[in-house]
Design a protein around this ligand. Structure first.
Ligand code: BJW
Ligand code: ZN
Length: 255
C-alpha cells in the first residue's frame, strides 16, 4: 500500500521477479506529471484547445507551415523547461533491475519529448519521432541539431526546402525499423506494461495484443480506463509517478 492508498498485488510482484523480458509502452500520460500536456484529456489535453487536423497532419503542414511550426516551437520550449518525473526515473530503475537479473528490457515510447532519454533510460524505441529533431521535406538530410535557422519557418541549408519536425503525423508511416523492433519485442516478451496512453492510435495500440497472444502478462497503469483495460491482467488506476516507484520498491523489498 502506498501513502496514497495504491496496493500493488503480490502476484504481480512475483511475476516481475521471474520475468525474463519486460516491454514497456508509454504515452503522453507518463509526462503529465512533468507538466507536459497530454493530447486527448478534456480540458487539459492539447486537443481540447487545438484541432489536430490543423496541426498534426502533412496536409496541415503543406497548407500552413507557419502555424504548425508555431505550435511545435511552443511545445519544444515547454518541454525544454520540463524535467523527468518519478515515473520516468522508476523505469530507469526497472531497466537496471532487469539488467542485474540478466533479463531483457525494452522501452517503446509514443512520446516525442525525449524525457525518457533525459531520465537515463537506455533501450528506447521512439515510435513517433522526436520533437527536437527536424528533417527536410525533400528528405535530403536529417538535422539532429534542430533548426537554428534565421528564417521562419526554418529551411534546409542544403536544398532550401522546408524543414519539418521529425515526428509522425496522422496518415504517415511510422519509422520502419522502430515499428519492426517494437512489434518483435512485444511478441517475445513475458511482461507488457502499457503506461499513460489512451490506447487510441494505431499501430501502437495493437502492440499489447501481440504480446497477449504470445502469452505475456499485460499491466496497465492509468488513472482512467482505456480500450485496453478489459484485456489487461492488471489495471492499476492511478498516476504513473506514484505507482511505478511503488512497484520498484515492492520488487526490491520482496527479492
Ligand atoms: C496518465 C497520467 C498519469 C494522464 N499517469 N497516465 C486503423 C483503424 C483506424 C485508423 C487507423 C488505423 N491505422 C491507422 C489509422 C490512422 C491513425 C489512427 O490510429 N487513428 C486513430 C485515432 C483512429 N494512425 C496513423 O495515422 C498512424 N500511421 C499509420 O498507421 O500509418 C499507416 C496508415 C496510414 C493511414 C491509414 C492506415 C494506415 C500515425 C499515428 C501518428 C500519431 N501522431 C501523434 C502526434 C505526434 C507528434 C506530436 O507530438 O505532435 O502522436 S497523435 C498523438 O497521439 C501523439 C501520441 O503519441 C499519440 C498517442 O496519444 P497518447 O500518448 O495515448 O496520449 P493521450 O492524450 O491520448 O492519452 C493520455 C493518457 O494518459 C490518458 O489515457 C490519460 O488518462 C493518461 N494519464 N495522466 C498515467 N499521471
Ligand atoms: Zn533539403
Amino acid at each position: 500500500m502506498t501513502a496514497d492508498g495504491f496496493h500493488i498485488p503480490t502476484n504481480l510482484i512475483d511475476h516481475l521477479h521471474s520475468s525474463e523480458k519486460i516491454v514497456v509502452l508509454t504515452g503522453a500520460g507518463i509526462s503529465a506529471e512533468s507538466g507536459v500536456p497530454t493530447f486527448r484529456e478534456a480540458k487539459t489535453g492539447l486537443w481540447s484547445q487545438y484541432d489536430p487536423q490543423e496541426l498534426a497532419t502533412p496536409e496541415a503542414f503543406n497548407s500552413n507551415p507557419e502555424l504548425v511550426w508555431k505550435w511545435y516551437t511552443w511545445r519544444q520550449r515547454l518541454i525544454a523547461t520540463a524535467y523527468p518525473n518519478a515515473g520516468h526515473k522508476a523505469l530507469v530503475s526497472l531497466e537496471e533491475y532487469q539488467a542485474n537479473q540478466a533479463a531483457g528490457f525494452v522501452l517503446i515510447t509514443q512520446n516525442v519529448d525525449g524525457l525518457h532519454q533525459r531520465a537515463g533510460s537506455r533501450n528506447i524505441i521512439e515510435l513517433h519521432g522526436n520533437i527536437f529533431r527536424t528533417r527536410c521535406i525533400n528528405q535530403c538530410r536529417r538535422d539532429e541539431q534542430g533548426p537554428g535557422q534565421n528564417t521562419f519557418p526554418p529551411r534546409c541549408p542544403n536544398c532550401n526546402g522546408l524543414l519539418r519536425p521529425d515526428v509522425v503525423w496522422f496518415g504517415e508511416n511510422l519509422p520502419r525499423e522502430a515499428l519492426l523492433q517494437a512489434s518483435l519485442a512485444s511478441q517475445t516478451c513475458d511482461t507488457f506494461f502499457s503506461i499513460g496512453t489512451s490506447s487510441t492510435v494505431e499501430p501502437a495500440k495493437s502492440l499489447p495484443y501481440g504480446a497477449k497472444q504470445s502469452g505475456a502478462v499485460i499491466i496497465e497503469i492509468n488513472p482512467n480506463p482505456t480500450s485496453l483495460s478489459h484485456s489487461a491482467d492488471f489495471s492499476l488506476n492511478g498516476p504513473a509517478g506514484i505507482i511505478l516507484p511503488e512497484i520498484i520498491s515492492s520488487i526490491r523489498r520482496e527479492s
